[in-house]
Design a protein around this ligand. Structure first.
Ligand SMILES: [Zn+2]
Length: 333
């Protein structure tokens, strides 16, 4: 078993977030093993953040004696904005430790293998296109829905980056000119209207005005302020009416947004990942049903809407997917 895993080389996929660094060994088939997590001191000094990344990579390499001799690259993903071409983390709001930080150069210096960097949604999109739900399609649109909404567009296994690497900020596409202001400053971004916090906010509002008995409140221990989107998802699964209303409203907003995406890029497939993907999955048919009302493409119903293959490990797989060339270069039979 272990022999099969290492055949063709492995890369270390590194998922850098605002609170943790996760890393794992990934082989050329996109299988993951030896995952580790370490805390990320995101508001510390630049070198503290870097030390956390080294510590995650070292732990992965130490966990598996054969890893050091089989490693052909390190692929990292982090929240944007970052410059994937230069390998520089620019100024992400949730990684204040790094401002114009040359992360790729620092990691290459230590491990002496090719190192890649991308923003997390683009990287996750590539992993889905390469190994996951999108592997049989040319033109893949990916959305990650969780605390925020991210997007990625992969054409023939290549990420569409735009001019400077800042393309596909799909979560900050506005679907309501008069809508609430998003953290980014724009009005009515799909992120501020349909991501996890918006689901929780809408549920709280409904519960306070309608004051009905609801499974959501039971799950929150009676405390309105404690309501989360996960509780709404659980209550929906248990047949709760308010949870259903909240999720149907969310689904309607997502359908409007996905309709826009179809009119813009007409992908071969649309894939939804992220923390809310499992909760939204039973509602995919509801999203699809609404699409014809929200886009001009008369063949929009031919585009499959699929749940992502990778769940919580999408960042590790995403980082690793950036190293596809390194895998190819290492083929030894
Ligand atoms: Zn925004």
């Amino acid at each position: 078993m272990a022999e099969d895993f290492f055949r063709g080389g492995v890369v270390v996929g590194v998922d850098i977030g605002g609170t943790k660094v996760a890393a794992g060994l990934v082989n050329r088939e996109g299988a993951i093993q030896s995952q580790v997590r370490t805390p990320m001191p995101a508001s510390g000094k630049p070198e503290d953040g870097l030390a956390a990344v080294f510590s995650a990579i070292d732990s992965v390499l130490e966990k598996e004696p054969r890893a050091k001799s089989s490693i052909c690259g390190i692929g990292m993903c982090a929240p944007g904005p970052l410059d994937p071409h230069a390998g520089v983390v620019v100024n992400p709001p949730n990684l204040p430790c790094w401002r114009n930080f040359p992360l790729v150069a620092e990691v290459e210096k230590v491990y002496r293998v090719p190192v890649q960097l991308e923003n997390d949604a683009n990287a996750a999109a590539l992993a889905e296109a390469q190994w996951g739900a999108g592997k049989d399609y040319h033109n893949v649109f990916y959305a990650t829905i969780g605390t925020g909404i991210g997007a990625g567009w992969v054409i023939d296994k290549k990420i569409y980056n735009g001019r400077t690497g800042a393309a596909m900020e799909g979560g900050h596409v506005s679907i309501d000119y008069r809508g609430p202001r998003c953290n980014c400053g724009k009005p009515g971004c799909v992120e501020v209207l349909a991501a996890g916090p918006a689901i929780a906010r809408r549920a709280r509002a409904k519960l306070s005005t309608e004051g009905r008995r609801s499974e959501i409140l039971t799950l929150a221990g009676g405390n309105l302020e404690a309501v989360t989107s996960e509780m709404v998802g659980k209550a929906y699964a248990a047949g709760d009416l308010i949870a259903k209303q909240v999720l149907i409203e969310t689904v309607d907003l997502l359908a409007l947004w996905l309709g826009n995406m179809i009119d813009l890029i007409e992908p071969d497939v649309m894939i939804i990942g992220g923390g809310a993907a499992t909760m939204l999955n039973p509602l995919f048919p509801e999203i699809v049903r609404r699409l014809p009302g929200y886009c001009v493409n008369t063949r929009c119903l031919e585009i499959p809407l699929l749940k992502a293959f990778y769940g919580a490990e999408s960042g590790i797989a995403g980082g690793a997917a950036l190293c596809a060339k390194e895998f190819a270069a290492e083929v030894k039979v």
